[in-house]
Design a protein around this ligand. Sequence first.
Ligand code: NAD
Length: 465
Amino acid sequence: MSAETSNPLAERLMRRLGESSVRSGVIGLGYVGLPLAVELARGGCKVVGLDIDSRKVDAIQRGTSYIPDVADEDVAVLVAKGSLSATTDFAALADLDTVNVCVPTPLRKTKDPDVSYMVAAVTAIAAHLHPGMLVILESTTYPGTTEELVQPILEATGLRAGRDFFLAFSPERIDPGNPQFHTSNVPKVVGGTTETCAALAACLYRRSIDTVVVVGSTRAAEMVKLLENTFRAVNIGLVNEMAMMCDTLGIDVWEVVNAAATKPFGFMPFYPGPGLGGHCIPVDPFYLSWKAKQDGFEPRFIDLAGDVNGHMPQYVVGKIADALNTRRKALNGARVLVLGVTYKRDVDDVRESPALDVMKTLREKGANIAYSDPHVPLLGATLWNGPHDLRSLALDAAALQQFDCAVIVTDHRAFDYELIVAHSDCIVDTRNALGDRLAPNVVRLGAPAPPNAQLLAEAHRRRAA
Ligand SMILES: NC(=O)c1ccc[n+]([C@@H]2O[C@H](COP(=O)([O-])OP(=O)(O)OC[C@H]3O[C@@H](n4cnc5c(N)ncnc54)[C@H](O)[C@@H]3O)[C@@H](O)[C@H]2O)c1
């Protein structure tokens, strides 16, 4: 540690962080918090997960997982060893050396940050804050949150950050459903209120995470995450606009992006789709633009990307209406099957999913809607703005033949695309899930209809099959 650390509390915690008896807490056991709790426990910490949702706590205590990326067995082994436990009782904070905060950071309807979850969690920590404790915020938030919001709540106890307790920000970067990258092999960025705070946080993470990158402040660490997610939102906005342009110009945007991606430098492929979803990309950039506007700076890219991406569900409904129209059918009264309702492939998360906006607009226009999603057995009425809950439809030839149009909103690997193409009257594919399966009944977002010759050949092949 640096010269700054002639602080006995810091030295003691640094020693503790090298011991197997170090006690760590994770507040908020969702998509971010549970994988982190498991990795910290694997790294040798004795971990307590804290959540206000007793169902999650009970599941962990039973040794089961409710997050697809975390196997039941991994939780069971750690719980049986006594390395991982969970509770709704925040008094457990009193015994912890470290605590990570992983609670939601949604937007209000006005697109302003809703910091209420963070405030509640940090207030709970303040009630049990003790000298030598390390507090790390992981929730994605605007630059300045750790210093301006979290630190004052904790310092209201009379303890000082960097002197009596230690405070850091480290953005979570997991990508749910990604089989290659998970909590332990995605580099962890850390910024501390002081150099010592950063060093202590880095030391905790190094127990469990392959690479730790220390930046000079909590603000820089907060901004790193917002740059990453704004980069995605803006590039997805760009390629979504390209897709709409390609529709107009009669060019295949998928072919264009894939060919451009062969350039070995200076280009990174992003793909169009039905709009943004999840708890991050549609939300986080607005945390940044809110903060920038507070300080008198008007960001332009964020709002423009939000506008283009937010328009995509309506654009998709327009494609469905056009596809039905070419078959002399109206959207009003049509039977439309939505394939995939999660915000991305192979996950079970429907938060901010563009499928829900597509369904809402279809319903407003008089379509009769059903959905199929192997990861979402039930969709509550409030989620899809419908009159009743919907159950996921099991797909077979007879089921598919009931619909005037099937729209692929989420390209889950579990779908049987051969079956879908063979038995659907008309398919609108917003993800290029059908790739080269050019067929007369397939309409792709951002791509012209197949040329007549291909249509005829394909129709012939299908009749013969
Ligand atoms: N989901 C992702 O892919 C992802 C990726 C990177 C970063 N993030 C960020 O991580 C944070 C958490 O996201 P998530 O997807 O894990 O959310 P989540 O909704 O899956 O989990 C949050 C958990 O916090 C609990 N909670 C809420 N208030 C609480 C409180 N006061 N005390 C204790 N527990 C409380 C909830 O019950 C829930 O279990 C957000 O800021 C998000 O932007 C998410």
